[in-house]
Design a protein around this ligand. Structure first.
Ligand code: NAD
Length: 491
């Protein structure tokens, strides 16, 4: 049994983190709601502008003086592995804390989020003694080399959809590479990451290496990015915010940015897929996960016309079988939408699609139960024009648009007709077609006969077009947290 009573989760009142301790924010307070029932979860103590400045300053001193950047790389690895162990051991406290304040169900967090967060730290820890530069060819009277060095203080800005996992993607490679980090979590899911910071100190991370500032984007995120002591910004969130952050980094740097942004990812089922039932089930899961609030949600289904009816029937049935409920219930298979505002956005796009002539095969409205909280029925829409809002815009909810195609060329044309390019899925039994699709699709990741990430951390993730710049995970993400110095030594 993993279910828990949400009213028993106690929150600490000081939620910024600097120099190894929790610090009360001196900015305005902000109520944080529980997505599952809309009740007040806690009051967030936001950082003031002066506090952002002071916390970045402390992080800068820690970068220079804590010894972390200069430590034996294997000593860094050891601390990060201990940190990962502590996260897993903290599941009785950390899992309910994450579930009560987010859209992730307690079952998902215990089965995946916590161990994935810990493994992410272990994975990047391994790079600490494996990437350092190179000796490069030159004439015998010289030695030419590159030396990899940490940037200094990295700002990490995270979204609300998977609070711990998204934070880990940012902080693990930056800290393993020797940087200090100032994390700004989403103001909607601010609490669980503070526990991560406490566990880092317990694991032996020097004070000031991992810090947290709390607040919204305009009053805390923007000044953080613009701070002169921030040397790099690593961001995950919407395309609109990514553009604002890149602008801020250009105006106050220029500083390097990694941007993991939105998506509108297609899933393509060809009639020659080996097992149509299995493909339909993969497609249904890929949009239902976290109620569609996943950057790589497979939100556009493209089906070859011959198998359209069978696929639609299976997906519709699977959607109608979901048990929609709070994140703290054992039997919930689809949790809430993060907020009423987000639900209104989803419902607005669906409503306009219906007014424009789309057909709702299932869902299409707010879930009738539970009464409290923001829940949306998993929805299938057909009869949409390619240039319609529902096909082109990221909905970030459990809404699947369905279009048919007759041949391969048309499938790729529809799939690529998007300003996003985060991920794509292809179902086919023909190896040549699978390889052609992998080449043809304009997406940072292409999954064939599956959809979604595995625990293969070496595989980088990131988007093309308006889905972003740079990569999370993989060697790329580690290297992106280092700058390369060139040395030429005359012998
Ligand atoms: P968001 O862009 O509204 O906010 C993300 C973070 O940026 C929050 O912490 C927010 O406070 C902060 N922020 C907002 N304005 C800012 C500013 N001007 N300067 C600095 N920080 C600012 O995104 P969201 O609603 O929290 O998350 C959902 C979005 O994230 C979706 O578009 C989703 O696709 C995307 N996402 C992408 C990935 C990926 O890997 N590509 C992963 C998860 C989520």
């Amino acid at each position: 049994m993993s279910a828990f009573d949400p009213d028993r989760i106690a929150l600490n009142l000081a939620n910024n983190f600097s120099d190894g301790v929790r610090v009360a924010g001196s900015g305005p307070g902000m109520p944080v709601l529980r997505p599952s029932d809309g009740r007040i979860h806690g009051e967030l103590d936001c950082a003031s502008a002066d506090q952002v400045d002071a916390i970045v300053g402390n992080a800068r001193s820690a970068f220079r003086r804590s010894g972390w950047a200069q430590a034996d790389p294997r000593a860094r690895m050891k601390v990060m592995r201990r940190w990962a162990d502590l996260i897993e051991a903290d599941a009785p406290l950390l899992a309910p804390l994450e579930a009560v304040g987010s859209t992730r169900t307690i079952g998902e967090i215990l089965a995946w989020d916590l161990s994935y967060t810990a493994e992410c730290l272990r994975f990047f820890a391994e790079f600490a003694d494996k990437e350092g530069g190179a000796v490069l060819p030159t004439t015998p009277d010289k030695i030419g080399m590159t030396i990899s060095e940490p940037y200094g203080v990295v700002a990490a800005i995270a979204p609300w959809n998977l609070p711990l996992v998204m934070a880990a993607w940012k902080i693990a490679p930056a800290i393993a590479a020797g940087n200090s980090v100032v994390l700004k979590p989403s103001e909607m899911t601010p609490f669980s990451v503070v526990r991560l910071a406490e566990l880092a100190i317990e694991a032996g991370l020097p004070k000031g290496v991992f810090n947290i500032v709390q607040g919204d984007g305009a009053t805390v995120g923007d000044p953080l990015c613009r701070h002169p002591a921030i040397s790099k910004v690593s961001f995950t969130g919407s395309t609109r915010t990514g553009i604002a952050i890149m602008t801020a980094c250009a105006q106050t740097g220029p500083k390097p940015v990694t941007l993991e942004l939105g998506g509108k990812s297609p899933q393509i089922i060809f009639a020659d897929a080996k097992d149509i039932a299995q493909s339909a089930s993969i497609v249904a899961r890929a949009i239902a996960l976290n109620a569609g609030q996943v950057c790589v949600a497979g939100s556009r289904l493209l089906v070859q016309d011959r198998v359209m009816d069978e696929v639609i029937e299976r997906i519709t049935k699977s959607f109608e079988a979901h048990r929609i409920g709070p994140t703290w219930a054992d039997d919930t298979t689809m949790g809430p939408i993060i907020s009423e505002k987000q639900l209104a956005q989803i419902d607005g796009i669906v409503g306009r699609a219906i007014s424009g002539g789309a057909t709702v095969l299932t869902g299409g409205r707010r879930a009738p139960a539970p009464q409290e909280g923001s829940y949306y029925l998993p929805t299938v829409l057909t009869g949409l024009a390619q240039d319609s809002e529902a096909v082109q815009d990221e909905i970030f909810g459990p809404v699947l648009t369905v279009q048919s195609f007759s041949d391969e060329e048309e499938a790729y044309a529809l799939a690529n007709d998007s300003r996003y390019g985060l991920a794509a899925g292809v179902h086919t039994g023909d190896l040549n077609r699978a390889l052609r699709a992998t080449r043809a699709l304009e997406a940072g990741t292409v999954w064939v006969n599956r959809y979604g990430r595995s625990n293969d951390f070496m595989l980088p993730t990131g988007g093309f077009k308006q889905s972003g710049i740079g990569k999370d995970l993989g060697r790329e993400a580690y290297v992106a947290n280092l700058k390369s110095k060139t040395a030429l030594i005359q012998l």
